[in-house]
Design a protein around this ligand. Structure first.
Ligand code: UDP
Ligand code: MG
Length: 315
């Protein structure tokens, strides 16, 4: 049986040799399967590509697909999953934060247990900046509250799946992909394997605060339209409130007319500013969805391949 292992790589020249070694060890440990290693070079600026060329020249199990520029991890995963021919497909990061040493156990679970996916989750966030962990937890809280899919806190993309699962994932062909949600959305019987956080072996994380923030918004907008509903509800409540205020104001004005007092401009102004803010916010929310729709209707490809050492085998 063929097992495909796929790895998205972006500037991973330092980590790749370790990863390859670790994968070789896994393949030796479980010799009953055949293997295919798929590396997707996501427009790295370092020597990742030449490293992959060298590895592929030595090891015929290696397939590398190289993008014309950086398209992001989601695109890289899609490319890798599309290329995978195995009956089982494994997905892992290049930096050893998804310990390859867990793979034999995952294969075992898939073989024995009645499940279609063996997924992993980090039970600690040791070594991560506390502020990042805090935001991550808030994000999971929010997304699980507002969406239909349940995303497990600490769930990694690191997983081994059966062929039907991968076909289902590939059938969701939206442009802006939010894999954590997509994995949860397709369902199937999942077994979770827990492990302690491991720091990346070399190189640097590719995530900046803003990238993560965009990713969080992306996740929410991709899987729920609840924010639109919130805008409607808040709009309704504020109009209702201002209607009550208007009634109150009439009564007040009449009383003031009798006593010849001045009306309250400051309260009027603050009300208008409040409403203006609400309207802008609601427009922003609508804008998010509109922008998403705009990008989806363009139907651009997810990535552009510049080099692929086994392209002809696909045809
Ligand atoms: N990655 C990628 N394209 C990107 C960013 C990251 O293919 O634009 C890959 C990266 O090489 C690694 C994995 O995605 O194999 C996870 O990236 P990273 O370790 O930087 O993320 P973190 O572990 O900090 O969440
Ligand atoms: Mg990492």
């Amino acid at each position: 049986m063929l097992v495909s292992l796929m790895v998205p790589c972006y500037n991973e020249e330092e980590a790749l040799p370790y990863l390859y070694e670790a994968l070789c060890k896994v393949m030796q440990e479980c010799p009953k399967y055949e293997y295919e290693l798929i590396f997707v070079n996501d427009g790295s600026r370092d020597k990742t590509l030449s490293l992959l060329r060298d590895l592929a020249a030595k090891d015929s199990r290696i397939r590398y697909i190289s993008f014309s520029r950086n398209f992001g991890k989601e695109a890289a995963m899609y490319a890798g999953l599309s290329a995978a021919k195995g009956e089982w497909i494994g997905l892992l990061d290049a930096d050893m934060q998804d310990p390859p040493s867990l793979l034999p156990q995952m294969f075992d679970m898939l073989e024995k247990d009645e499940c279609d996916i063996v997924a992993t989750r980090r039970v600690s966030r040791k070594g991560e900046p506390p502020i990042r962990s805090w935001f991550a937890r808030r994000f999971y809280h929010l997304i699980n509250r507002f969406t239909d899919v349940e995303i497990v806190d600490g769930a990694r993309d690191f997983r081994v799946m059966r062929r039907p699962v991968v076909d289902a994932i590939l059938s969701l062909n939206e442009r802006q992909r939010f894999s954590k949600g997509i994995f949860a959305w397709v369902g199937f019987r999942t077994k979770w394997l827990e492990f302690e956080n491991v720091e990346r072996i070399a190189g640097e994380t590719k995530w900046s605060f803003w990238k993560l923030f965009r990713y969080a918004i992306e996740g929410i907008v991709s899987f729920t339209t609840a924010p639109l509903r919130i805008a409607t509800v808040v709009g309704f409540l504020t109009s209702f409130g201002s209607f009550i205020y208007l009634l109150y104001y009439f009564v007040h004005a009449i009383i003031h007319l009798i006593w010849k007092d001045r009306p309250g401009y400051p309260s009027l102004l603050s009300f208008m500013l409040f409403l203006g803010g609400m309207v802008l916010m609601a427009l922003g929310v609508i804008g998010e969805y509109l922008a998403k729709t705009y990008i989806e209707v363009k139907r651009r490809p997810l990535y552009v391949i510049a080099e692929d050492n086994k392209k002809e085998e696909d045809q």
